[in-house]
Each structure stands twice: as C-alpha cells, then as structure tokens.
Design a protein around this ligand. Structure first.
Ligand code: ZN
Ligand code: ZN
Length: 343
C-alpha cells in the first residue's frame, strides 16, 4: 500500500460524515456574505489534451453491490451531486462551486482507475472511493446546472507532471491548509504543501469539553494510544499550519501519537463531532479537558469553505484549484478504452 492510498482512505472516510455539515456550512456562508457576481472567461476547447491522464469512456462502478458500467461523465454527475449542495448560493457562484467539484470527482476517477481491479471493477460507491449516488440525479435541485457544467468542461482533470493528481479536499481548513507529509508523514507531495487560506475569520471555530476519565477511556480503547489511566494530555508538536502534529499522553506510561491518529481515536469513542480537526489547543481545568479549535477535516488540499468564498467573489474554477493545488494545471484527458481484469 502506498502513502497516497492511506491518505485517500482518510479523506474519503471523512467525506460521508461531512455531508450534512457541509450543507449547514453552505447555508451559513450564504447568510453571511453578499455574492460577487462576474463572468469568468473559460475556454475548455483550448485546454490541451494529456496522454498520461487515462480517462475511459465508461467506468465499472459497484453500486449497491452490483457492478455497473457507468459513462465517465454520468459518474462525475452522480458523485458531484453527492458531495456538494451549494444551497443559497447565487447561480454564478453555485456553478463555479459545482464545476470545481466535478473536476475533483473526475480527477479522482482518473487517478484511481482500477482501484478494485482484482474484484472486477474500477471504483466502489462508498467513501472508500468516492460516494456515487445516481439517485441524486433525479432528486437534486442542482442536476441541470451540473449537467451544463459537465457538458462545457467534460474530460477536464487536474494534472501534475502530466498525471492526474491525488485531489484531496476537506470541509474547512480553519484558516491554513496543511501539508500532506505533515499530516500523514511519508514523501512530501509537491502540490499538497499547505498555506494560508482566504478569509481566516470566516472559518469555523469550535470547542469540545470532556472529562479526563472519558478521554482516558477513549485512548485506552485503542492499542495505538493505550497508556493506562490517563493523567495528562498535551500538544507535543505543531506543523506549519498550526495543527497538532503530535500529542503526548501520560498515564502509567507516556506515549506520543500522531495528531491525526489522536483525533480519529478520540472521535471513535467520544463522537464523530468531538474533535473536528487537529488545529486545536488543549486546556485543563480540574477534571475537565477542553479542546478549542478551528476548521473541520484533515486540512490537506482544497478547503471547500475557502473555495466557496473564492467562487462567490468571482474567482474562476481554474484559479480556485490553482490556489489549493499549486503547480498543477487543468487538462483534457483523452478518452481511451480501459480494460478491466475480470475476476
Ligand atoms: Zn472503493
Ligand atoms: Zn479554508
């Protein structure tokens, strides 16, 4: 298994839990800011074609346990509608937000084609790959606008060195996005380096208080963090984005765990909305432990909240994607036949 495989598991695992949060975030965003509307020039017909980005005419997707042949752009449609719902946005901003998401969905498909080749298909319909919900095409109010976007920009993927990128994204970076290598270790990814986002004050602030005993039970429930009767917890090191890269746990023994693991372990016991991110500080008052943080999600790649703010002020989808994946470009992928190994 490669590092990028693990990273994808993280981002996709988070995606499902975030869907409702996202809708709320869109609503909050829409209420707080006036939409700047302007026409963004786009020229998809002049987008160069790329050979390295394999994009078949159809994918084999396992939907509710059955393998179906799905045309690539129908897959992009059913995935985009499952991932975003820009409720309350002005039409021009909603269109840019949806275009960004269609490109993310297509790039994921191009980068992870044949992920389930040993089982006889390309991608599954769950958070393991990307959530694909064809029923949304019938029920979503954004179907028509997304179809128009796809018609105009079909085949477009994000590439780096001629290959489709690992287009990681999250709900809210808290003001600064993180480098993939800081969050999950491994080889640095040149286009996932992190940096300051727009409108840091518009990002989510959160607080979570629990007891030391409950937190102790949570960390003792996982072999990666078991210390035996937790007595102290502290951030042991931060990355450049301000996230807790390491967390020190003291009990019968002392251990240091990765921030991303600590969050997953805490959330598994204390609830999926306990620690919304690793961008937190820890304060202790008697037996109470309070985490005060910003953002929601792992913080790597595109921040959906920042992308929406950029879309609202009139940034084009290409500008938005370039801001979160520096050094990458948009290209039209060749539509080539793709052979899937039969079981
Ligand atoms: Zn899968
Ligand atoms: Zn952000």
């Amino acid at each position: 298994m490669t590092g990028s495989y693990d990273m994808t598991l993280h981002v996709k695992g988070e995606g499902a839990d975030l869907t409702r949060r996202r809708v709320l975030a869109w609503l909050a965003l829409a209420a707080g800011t006036s939409a700047a509307s302007c026409l963004v020039p786009r020229a998809p017909e002049t987008t160069p074609r790329v050979r390295g980005a394999r994009l078949p005419a159809a994918l084999r997707v396992r939907v509710n346990g059955r393998v179906r042949e799905v045309p690539i752009e129908a897959y992009v449609l059913g995935t985009t509608l499952a991932e975003v719902s820009p409720v309350g946005e002005a039409p021009a901003a909603a269109e840019r937000i949806l275009e960004v998401q269609t490109i993310l969905a297509r790039t994921y498909a191009a980068a992870h084609l044949g992920r389930h080749a040993s089982e006889g298909f390309d991608l599954c319909d769950t958070t393991h790959c990307q959530v694909y919900q064809p029923d949304r095409i019938r029920t979503s109010r954004f179907t028509a606008i997304t179809e128009r976007v796809i018609e105009r920009t079909h085949g477009t993927v994000i590439v780096f060195n001629g290959r489709p990128i690992d287009a990681l994204f999250h709900a809210d970076c808290g003001g600064k996005t993180a480098a993939a290598a800081d969050v999950w270790q491994g080889t640095p990814v040149p286009y996932l380096i992190g940096g300051p986002d727009v409108a840091p004050d518009a990002h989510r602030h959160w607080q979570f208080t629990t007891s030391l005993a409950a937190l102790g039970q949570a960390v003792d429930a996982d072999s990666r963090s078991r210390v035996g009767r937790l007595t102290a917890v502290a951030v042991a090191g931060r990355d450049a984005s301000g996230r807790a890269r390491d967390v020190e746990l003291r009990g019968a023994r002392t251990r240091v765990v990765r921030g991303v693991d600590f969050r997953a372990i805490a959330d598994a016991s204390l609830g999926e909305r306990a620690l919304l991110s690793t961008r937190f500080t820890i304060a202790r008052q008697g037996s109470a432990v309070t985490f005060t943080g910003t953002g929601y999600g792992h913080g790597v790649g595109l921040c959906q909240l920042g992308a929406a703010i950029r879309a609202r002020r009139g940034d084009s989808p290409a500008m938005i994607l370039g801001a979160y994946y520096p050094g990458t470009s948009l290209m039209r992928a060749d539509e080539t036949e793709h052979q899937v190994v039969e079981p």
